[in-house]
Design a protein around this ligand. Structure first.
Ligand code: 57M
Length: 359
């Protein structure tokens, strides 16, 4: 909205030309989202405290987590509102891709909200049933994937990291592939969200990485120079990624150890889904396994643990899954686990960026 308003003024004053640039609008979107999150944070925390929307802590976890009982939760609302508002302020509202991402983020946020509402507000023992939640995620992801597939400018080719001249066309199978990426990413971020700042840190890093990929994929000359798939219009997603990173930093201010608020499913589900759909649109789908390597590690630890547990009738590979609990139970301090996982996320982001050259 602000983009259309302010850029429109360039006819009267040339200084307003600056709003034409994606780079400039990415910065303004990041700052807007950060400020919204940062300024609304204390109000949301106070509101959640007053309404007693505090986290229930399961007994079987590491003992240190019992001290977290009652920490306000559902802070994801703060992140998603900030991202959506900043995006609508600074992107070109005619961008088809932007609306697809906003659709996915909003719907996954509502699924997370329903789950949290049952658990945290109605104080039910469990939220939505696992399969109900999964089915809703698949339906939303399938709608988004179909809308993309039917968009004439969108290609169903996938990019294989580190491989130059091979970009297979999946045809209609691309829809199934995209659903897998979106739903997988959403649940992997949800599983990672078990220590203060553990999920939002790598989300910020991944958003920053995809901000660069969205920019280069949407720039015909740079895309041609780097020999990557050119996606006309994906540059607007750089602005959305800037908003994601900005809102993430604003939330981290309060979620940093010791956390004053948790994001809840209302935050973790849409954040993961956002990374998934952005990876798809920018044609860096498989690379998400590296960019979001921390989330993959956490999800794999659960699959291995549960699989082995069932196969052996109760034996475990890790002291506890997801992986962060394993290290906590080995005696690592919570902040050490968190910062080490962030270090891994930064290194993986650098490896991912190297694929722009190494092929
Ligand atoms: C959500 N959520 C946290 C908070 C957050 C299949 C199984 C492995 C599933 C898994 C699971 O349910 N994971 C999904 C993990 C919870 O956080 C809330 O949930 C939101 C995210 N969805 O925003 O609202 C707890 O995490 C801690 N936390 C922080 N700081 C934060 O910033 O400290 C969260 C955010 C919070 C708080 O303590 O209460 C969660 O862990 O519940 N299940 C598990 O993770 C359980 N693992 C398990 O049962 N493992 C077994 C299986 C696999 C065989 C095993 O290894 O033996 C663990 N969950 C908990 N305690 N709470 C077990 C220990």
């Amino acid at each position: 909205m602000l983009y259309h308003l302010l850029y429109g003024l360039h006819e009267y004053m040339s200084a307003f030309n600056v709003f034409r640039y994606i780079t400039f609008r990415t910065i303004t979107a990041g700052l807007t989202a950060f400020l919204l999150c940062f300024l609304m944070g204390p109000l949301v925390i106070a509101f959640m405290r007053e309404k007693q929307i505090g986290q229930y802590i399961r007994r079987l976890g590491p003992a240190s987590h019992q001290d977290k009982a009652g920490t306000p939760t559902m802070g994801g609302v703060l992140i998603i509102v900030s991202v959506v508002v900043a995006t609508l302020f600074w992107t070109d509202l005619r961008s088809y891709y932007m609306w697809i991402v906003v659709f996915v983020v909003t719907c996954f946020c509502l699924i997370g909200f329903a789950d949290d509402y049952l658990k945290q507000i109605l104080k039910r023992n469990r939220g939505l049933r696992g399969w109900t939640k999964f089915f809703m995620q698949v339906v939303i992801a399938a709608i988004a994937a179909t809308l993309l597939y039917c968009y004439p400018e969108f290609s169903s080719r996938i990019t294989i990291p580190f491989v130059k001249d091979f970009s297979p066309d999946l045809g209609p199978l691309y829809i199934i592939f995209a659903v897998f990426v979106i739903v997988g990413a959403s649940n992997a971020v949800n599983l990672t969200d078990g220590l203060d700042g553990l999920a939002i840190g790598p989300v910020i890093i991944a958003a920053g990485t995809y901000m660069l990929f969205a920019y280069v994929a949407g720039h015909s000359q740079i895309a041609q120079y780097l020999q990557i798939n050119y996606v006309a219009g994906s540059g607007e997603l750089a602005i959305l990624c800037g908003a994601l990173a900005g809102a993430g930093l604003g939330f981290l201010w309060f979620n940093a150890y010791p956390a004053q608020i948790f994001m809840g499913d209302v935050g973790s589900l849409p954040l993961g889904a956002a990374l998934g759909i952005i990876a798809i649109i920018t044609k860096q789908e498989i690379l998400l396994v590296i960019v979001g390597g921390v989330f993959v590690m956490e999800a794999l630890s659960v699959i291995i643990q549960v699989g082995y547990f069932k196969m052996t009738g109760g034996r475990r590979v890790f002291r506890m899954a997801p992986l962060h609990h394993h290290f906590e139970l080995k005696g690592w301090a919570e902040s050490k686990v968190i910062i080490r996982f962030w270090i891994i996320a930064i290194l993986l982001a650098l490896v991912s960026l190297s694929t722009l050259k190494l092929r």
